[in-house]
Design a protein around this ligand. Structure first.
Ligand code: CU
Length: 353
């Protein structure tokens, strides 16, 4: 009696824990892939559903006890900030962000009743002309450019939202509006010519830095403000559309030689401090890269990882390998790079259409 009571209490506890704190384990097989589409092809209703789900995450209390994150949206931002020094300028850049996009998509679907997939911003359509993009539409999109000394957004569904995470690793008190400094010239780096340069790369060791430089900069710098914050940019919901597009670029490149590129991962796993990285001003094909004005970046003293930040785990040496661990800090189970190489695999189970 005593034993069976203890046993059933243990089972009850396991049920409670698995229902509330450990997200569902992925299916053993991918049966029905989620279809990720470009934003401009979504219906008005699909756009609204996505934005409503983002607002739902913003309005849901935090559950993980991560420092300074006050809601679910900020927990997803915080799991980008904490490991930012080991997920940028390193081989894990694309795998880490692939899993992060998946975590966001899953949170929307499982916690906010969203039925769709994570959309992406097809940036070459708007490169050089971000200010006119329908992504920034005040009614069906994410609101437009910022204005005034604080460069706060002045319209759109996120106008009321204030975020305290950033700049860089620092915290803002009081919290700040979502700020943007749209720059059409900087957005040129998301153009097709830059994408094609990267697509020509034979190995991941060249492909990853190519993408992290020009197309990656185009979205972050073309929107500017919060989006230009390498550490805290997931405080602007546009972050997820931008990085899902970069994920698509990686997948497009992988599919050019799938058997080889489902295995091809490399690159250093520790980067120099962000404030010491010197960026090239041309891409590998010699196309010019225009940077946003220096004073629009987060202050240098806020971008280097604070003491105690995580170090890479799972690689036998200083090179990124398939067994490299991707830490999601409880939002979803941790995974390895091996788990995210195939977007149609059992863990991720999506496709780009
Ligand atoms: Cu990032």
């Amino acid at each position: 009696m005593q034993l069976s009571l203890t046993l059933s209490l243990v089972l009850l506890w396991i049920n409670v824990v698995s229902a509330y704190s450990i997200p569902r384990a992925p299916a053993a097989k991918c049966r029905k892939k989620l279809r990720r589409k470009p934003w401009h092809t979504l219906s008005t209703k699909e756009k609204k559903d996505y934005i409503d789900a983002e607002l739902c995450l913003i309005n849901k209390p935090a559950t993980l006890g991560l420092p300074d994150a006050t809601n679910r949206f900020e927990e997803l931002q915080q799991i980008h900030r904490i490991p930012a020094a080991i997920s940028h300028n390193v081989g894990a850049f694309l795998p880490y962000h692939r899993l992060h996009m998946h975590a966001h998509e899953l949170a929307m679907r499982e916690e906010c009743g969203y039925k769709g997939a994570q959309p992406y911003w097809d940036e070459p359509r708007d490169a050089g002309n971000f200010s006119k993009s329908i992504v920034l539409d005040p009614v069906t999109g994410f609101g437009g450019d910022g204005s005034g000394p604080e460069r706060c957004i002045t319209n759109g569904p996120f106008i009321e939202y204030k975020n305290g995470l950033g700049p860089g690793y620092s915290i803002s008190t009081p919290k700040r509006c979502i700020h943007r400094i749209v720059n059409d010239t900087v957005s040129l780096s998301s153009g097709q010519a830059y994408v094609e340069t990267c697509m020509k790369m034979k190995y991941y060791i060249d492909f990853w830095p190519c993408v992290e430089m020009a197309p990656h900069l185009g979205g972050h710098g073309g929107v500017g403000g919060k989006m230009l914050d390498a550490i805290s940019s997931p405080g602007d919901p546009l972050f997820y559309l931008h990085h899902t597009w970069l994920d698509k670029l990686w997948w497009d490149w992988q599919t050019l030689d799938l058997p080889v590129r489902l295995q091809d991962i490399s690159g250093r796993n520790v980067a120099p401090p962000l404030s010491q990285i010197v960026l090239p001003n041309v891409n590998p094909d010699g196309l010019p890269i225009v940077f946003p004005p220096l004073d629009t970046f987060p202050p240098f003293d806020t971008v280097d990882a604070p003491p105690g930040s995580p170090l890479p785990e799972g690689d036998p040496g200083n090179v990124t390998t398939l067994s490299h661990k991707l830490n999601m800090f409880g939002v979803i189970p941790n995974a390895t790079i091996r788990d995210v190489m195939d977007i149609g695999g059992p863990l991720l189970c999506y496709e780009y259409v």
